[in-house]
Structures are given as structure tokens and as C-alpha cells.
Design a protein around this ligand. Structure first.
Ligand code: API
Length: 281
């Protein structure tokens, strides 16, 4: 069986995009997605993203399988890539065009801005322990600067869901974090029943955050869009950051705004088409 694909990335957070417009179910299984994401035996990617037919009146639907085959609710860098992929499939890429995309995190609206830039209304962050989900604190309460023992060390963590779970901790120096050691211990900590993405944030200025991330189901990635959004929300909740921030990731910078007027989070960043090809299952 042959699968045609196009490879995109958002600041180095890279995805295999599949044209799934003609079927309501993903073209491939999570097991095949794991093989496709393998950087030696496959194409190589942090995940596989499906452009599916719209649901409940949306233009399209997005589903995503992480590199480990798990299915997250949302992907910020990925939905920017999906927006440009859809424009490619439709044969027109005009700045100002927006799409309503059904996701497991709700309807998300990316907008083409030209020059490979895409802005996204990422919706409102979910903040109660039950919504993350985490067993830290009471289910109906927020988790802000709570102490958590991970890897023999006590960390102050703030939890935010952008549809997918994020555990944010503020550190003096992100370069001193050994992600491969501490990342999996956060990801699989018993207080996160669905596992978690973990962001380590260094406040350079209240409007400029430096971030490194260990992603659920993908490991250390060069960027994480939902994680950058969650980190700005955590920065505001803890009084450490402004609502409008630049977030610097190893793969580049995202502009994030947690609007005071509608409480929604807006993200702007690039999405780059790299190559197309045929994958032989
Ligand atoms: N690994 C994430 C999904 C991808 C999120 C990230 N790549 C982004 O850009 O938001 C999770 O399991 O929740």
C-alpha cells in the first residue's frame, strides 16, 4: 500500500500531513503512524496529522497521532501546518483566509497571514484540576505554583489545559534542564492520569519567555504551540509575565496573546512546507 504525504513543520516541530478529506476515519492506524514517524526506518516526524472532512458545520476536522501512536486533543504548531496544507490542497493560498477546524479540543480557527505565517484562535484555557486533568489539589480548583516531587527534587508547578494537558514550571536557567532525564518523569507522573506535556520556562522579560519542552508522546521537541500558549497563561496566573509575549523555543519564536477581553489565547507563527513523497507500507 502507498500513502502520499506532505511534510511540514512549525519551528522544527515536524509533522506528516495526510489528505484524508474523502474518509471520515484516519487513513492509517496509530501503529503505522509510529513507523512513519521513525527518524531512521520511516519518514521521521513528531506526529501524523489528518485533514478530515468537516464535522458539525466546520470546514474540516483535524486528528493527530503523536510519534508514540497516542492521540492528543490538539496541536498548535500542527494546526498552523494543517491550514497551509488545506490551502495547498484547495489550490489557493490567500492571506486573510481562515478555516473553522473541528478538533477534540473544540473548534479552532487558523487564519493565513501570508509569508508562511498563520495566526490561530486557540480558544480559552481550562484551569481547574479536573479539566487538566490532574489529581493535584481539589478537582474544582486551579493548580498554581503547587509543589510536586519529581526526580528527587521539589518543583513549583502550574497546570493549564489547551485541550491537552500542560505542566509548567519556572526555572532560573532552561539550559540547565536535562530533558531526557526529567521529562519522562513529569510526563508519566501519577498525578497526571492522561500523562502531560511539560514546559520549563525562564522569564527573560515579562514579555519575553524562553521555553524548553518535553512533549507527551513525542519527547523533547523544538517547539510546542499549545505549550507556548499554556506557558503564557501560567505566567499571567503567577504574575510573572504579560498577557502579550514572545515565546522563544529552540526552533524559533511564537507570538502569544491571552486576551483580557475574551479570555481566548491567540498564537501567531510560521508553518513551512518541506517536501512531498510516497510512503510504502
Ligand atoms: N504532544 C502533544 C500534542 C502535540 C502538541 C504540540 N506539538 C503543539 O504544537 O501544540 C500532546 O500529546 O498533547
Amino acid at each position: 500500500m502507498v500513502i502520499e504525504f506532505t511534510k511540514y513543520h512549525g519551528l522544527g516541530n515536524d509533522f506528516i500531513l495526510l489528505d484524508n478529506r474523502h474518509r471520515s476515519e484516519p487513513l492509517i492506524s496509530p501503529e503505522i503512524a509510529v513507523q512513519m514517524c521513525d527518524r531512521h526506518f520511516g519518514i521521521g516526524a513528531d506526529g501524523v496529522i489528518f485533514a478530515l472532512p468537516g464535522q458539525d458545520g466546520t470546514d474540516y476536522a483535524m486528528r493527530i497521532f503523536n510519534a508514540d501512536g497516542s492521540e492528543p486533543e490538539m496541536c498548535g504548531n500542527g494546526i498552523r501546518c494543517l491550514a497551509r496544507f488545506i490551502a495547498q490542497l484547495e489550490g489557493t493560498e490567500t492571506a486573510g483566509k481562515s478555516y473553522r477546524i473541528h478538533t477534540l479540543a473544540g473548534v479552532i480557527t487558523p487564519r493565513l497571514e501570508g509569508d508562511e505565517q498563520v495566526s490561530v484562535d486557540m480558544g480559552t484555557p481550562q484551569l481547574t484540576a479536573a479539566q487538566i486533568p490532574t489529581t493535584l489539589g481539589k478537582p474544582e480548583e486551579k493548580v498554581i505554583e503547587q509543589s510536586l516531587e519529581v526526580g528527587g527534587k521539589s518543583w513549583l508547578v502550574t497546570c493549564v489545559s489547551m485541550g491537552n494537558p500542560h505542566c509548567i514550571t519556572f526555572v532560573e536557567n532552561t539550559d540547565a534542564i536535562v530533558l531526557e532525564t526529567i521529562g519522562p518523569q513529569f510526563e508519566r507522573h501519577p498525578v497526571f492520569p492522561q500523562r502531560t506535556n511539560t514546559e520549563f520556562i525562564q522569564i527573560i522579560r515579562p514579555d519575553y519567555l524562553k521555553m524548553r519542552v518535553w512533549e507527551r508522546g513525542a519527547g523533547a521537541t523544538l517547539a510546542c504551540g499549545t505549550g507556548a500558549c499554556a506557558s503564557v497563561v501560567a505566567g499571567v496566573l503567577t504574575g510573572k509575565s504579560d498577557r502579550l509575549c514572545t515565546v522563544e523555543l529552540p526552533g524559533g519564536c511564537l507570538k502569544i496573546h491571552w486576551s483580557e477581553t475574551d479570555e481566548r489565547v491567540y498564537m501567531t507563527g510560521p508553518a513551512k512546507r518541506v517536501f512531498s513523497g510516497s510512503y510504502f507500507i
